[in-house]
Design a protein around this ligand. Structure first.
Ligand SMILES: [Zn+2]
Length: 191
């Protein structure tokens, strides 16, 4: 279809996070309201929230793929308030937002990646099993991990849509970003 919407490229290539809002609004401001806007290059949860705030509708990102490739599983809080404080203190080999399942610490961990996650991987497999699969270079490790990461990420988008629907998005965005930053800093002090 001609003129179905707009694709925005060139982000996530080195511009500072502080420069981004001005750059994004310079583009978004001249686009018609009724056409969807899609962006590539933004993938971190904070970047998604900033993008939505600027008026982006769709995201094209390799975030989940690269995360999975590195052996990471997303574990950040999906609380509907956006608050990251409620979440547990970071376990070892974790930066609070994700854990590295290649780490030795998970060798005998018989719990799922996230106890309350409803994805196929968390319902059927343990961290120890995925860690084992990584150790023996079995491709199932990445498949199981990608199932969890995709599920977690899509649930994040669901939580965002609910916040928009209820008129709470601005509060959600601020709480999420501020509590996540504060948590990072607290972790850094404790480390
Ligand atoms: Zn899961």
């Amino acid at each position: 279809m001609v003129d179905a919407g707009f694709w925005i490229g060139g982000f996530g290539l080195g511009e500072g996070i502080d420069e981004r809002p001005a750059l994004l609004s310079a583009i978004i401001d001249v686009l018609p309201d009724e056409k969807p806007r899609m962006i590539s290059g933004l993938g971190l949860p904070e970047e998604i929230l900033e993008g939505i705030d600027a008026g982006i509708d769709l995201f094209d990102s390799t975030y989940i793929y690269s995360l999975t490739l590195g052996g990471f599983a997303l574990t950040f809080s999906l609380d509907k308030s956006g608050n990251q404080y409620k979440y547990q203190k970071s376990p070892i080999e974790s930066d609070l937002t994700k854990i590295n399942l290649r780490a030795k610490i998970y060798r005998k961990d018989m719990s799922p990646i996230l106890g309350n996650c409803t994805c196929y991987t968390c319902k059927n497999h343990t961290k120890a099993y995925i860690n084992h699969l990584f150790n023996v270079h079995e491709m199932l490790a990445q498949i199981l991990l990608e199932i969890h990461n995709t599920h977690h990420y899509l649930t994040f988008f669901h939580v965002i849509r609910e916040a928009i629907k209820d008129g709470r998005f601005e509060k959600f965005r601020q709480t999420f970003i501020e509590s996540r930053r504060a948590h990072y800093e607290r972790e850094a002090v404790c480390a």
